[in-house]
Design a protein around this ligand. Structure first.
Ligand code: HEM
Length: 464
């Protein structure tokens, strides 16, 4: 192909943007508006400019399928996520070859089987009950801050185990925060610069690794098991029979905690905020909780019967997916639908924009959890329509765990408390890598009286 024809087949470039920064500021201010504007003007595939690189957006199920279906030697996730190496560690996940990373992901699957999910359901309930027990009879909490703490406790126990959780004081919970603060735009360019945020990140990782390594040694010495990811990884073997090294176990645990904790916080917070903002959907959730779960143990089977709550979780995933853009490095020229994307740039799928396409989701800006119930089932009509957990080869391995956790947390909170939002109109805060609601997200609560049924109506007062 001549250069001239190749250039002709390069996807159209979104106009506007600033000389050096390109569309970076627009993308940070309102990515959904920017991308839907591009889609309306150019269709499924178009490019925008970020400092030093061209990003091509693929918007719509067919285009998204092309990105999710591409092999690592064409569109590489690894090349994009290398900034996670100082957090996840050497020799694991994006620092391993694609084949080894696949094998490592496979080693995690036994930790997500039904018998394990059953055990996690008990732990999740225990942690959630203990957490809200400290709330007293009435008051106000910041939902995002509260769920962040609670998911740290749950992740610590389900992934690393009871011993880790027991040592996890509130102070130690700041380690998670320091790790997360190590991810920012600078880290995506060079995660090894001598910056205070990166030094704190490295200290937090070293401390976490030290704790986990000690627990591994104690378990080996005491011949102890656990119903957690750590146990699964200690027993795991690569195809050639080799056990994971302690460093690999630590790395995989930190990676999964990291991938799942803040994302679950955000989806959990939006589930509650949207439900409380649209109170007409609450009675169905409460009635179902009363009939399927009652006041007792929240079993895996009961959780699976909570269809109304599940639809609310999915609607939160659709309206406010925590990962707004998923990127891939174009390793070799990539062709789609007559377009040619030159190697070196980035390809992008945006769950947040994709979920607002009226061709896929009717009235996409309207909160309507019933879109996921029969007979509509809008998520099942189109492959790669609902993509809050990604798609294809790199689809999230923890989706079931995350959804289960959110259902347990809301089951516990809703059956113990009457709730109302301190204000409505919550908007996403696009300034962070995992996009959550802008703080504060204050919720008022009042404990239900013992023995009083928790079926609807549930709201106290009307938000101002
Ligand atoms: C609501 C919570 C969660 C959301 C929204 C979420 C979202 C995602 C998304 C969008 C991807 C694909 C990234 C890409 O294609 O570039 C992904 C991958 C991944 N997620 Fe999650 N995730 C969540 C919870 C979890 C949990 C709880 C775990 C672990 C227990 C987990 C582990 C992973 C791992 C290991 C990958 C990489 C898979 C691969 O590349 O093969 N995630 N997640």
């Amino acid at each position: 192909m001549t250069t001239a024809t190749r250039r002709d087949r390069t996807p159209p470039m979104l106009p506007g943007g600033l000389p050096l920064l390109g569309h970076a500021l627009d993308l940070r201010r309102d990515p959904v508006g920017l991308l839907l504007g591009g889609h309306a003007r150019f269709g499924e595939v178009f490019s925008l400019r970020l400092p030093g690189t061209r990003v091509t957006a693929f918007i719509g199920p067919r285009a998204q399928a092309a990105v999710f279906g591409a092999t690592e030697d064409r569109l590489s996730a690894r090349e994009v996520y290398r900034f996670t190496v100082p957090i996840f560690g050497k020799g694991v996940v994006y620092d391993a070859s694609p084949e080894v990373m696949d094998e490592q992901m496979g080693l995690l699957f036994p930790a997500l089987r039904d018998d394990r999910l059953r055990a996690y359901a008990r732990v999740m309930q225990e942690e959630a009950e203990a957490y809200v027990a400290a709330w007293g009879d009435e008051g106000e909490v910041d939902l995002l801050a509260a769920l962040n703490e609670l998911t740290v406790f749950i992740a610590s126990r389900c992934l690393v185990g009871a011993e880790f959780r027991a040592r996890l004081s509130r102070d130690l919970a700041h380690l998670f925060h320091d790790l997360e603060r190590g991810i920012n735009l600078v880290a995506m360019v060079n995660p090894y610069l001598p910056l205070p945020a990166f030094r704190r990140r490295d200290r937090a990782r070293a401390r976490m690794a030290e704790l986990i390594t000690r627990i591994i040694a104690e378990r080996r010495a005491g011949g102890r098991d656990g119903e957690d990811f750590l146990h699964v990884l200690m027993a795991a073997r690569y195809a050639d029979g080799r056990a994971l090294s302690d460093d690999e176990i630590v790395g995989l645990l930190i990676s999964t905690i990291f991938a799942g904790q803040h994302t679950s916080t955000v989806m959990g917070a939006w589930t509650g905020i949207l439900l409380l903002e649209h109170e007409r959907w609450l009675p169905a959730v409460l009635d179902e909780l009363a009939s399927e779960v009652g006041d007792g143990e929240i079993t895996l089977e009961a959780l699976r019967r909570l269809a109304a709550l599940e639809r609310c979780v999915k609607e939160a995933e659709r309206m406010h997916p925590p990962l707004v853009m998923l990127m891939r490095r174009i390793v070799r020229d990539f062709e789609y639908d007559g377009w040619v994307l030159p190697a070196g740039g980035l390809a992008m799928v945006s769950p947040a924009a994709a979920h607002r396409l009226p061709q896929v989701f009717a009235n996409p800006d309207r909160y309507d959890p019933d879109r996921f119930g029969p007979p509509r089932q809008e998520d099942r009509r189109t492959k790669h329509g609902l993509i809050g957990f990604g798609g294809g080869h790199h689809r999230c391995i923890g989706a079931t765990f995350a959804q289960q956790q959110i259902k347990v947390i809301w089951s516990v909170i809703l059956r113990r408390f009457e709730l109302s939002l301190a204000r409505t109109g919550h908007r996403p805060d696009y300034a962070t890598f995992v996009v959550g609601p802008r703080r504060p997200c204050l919720v008022r609560y009042r404990r239900r009286r013992a023995g009083v049924t928790f079926a609807a109506p549930a709201l106290v007062g009307t938000p101002p």
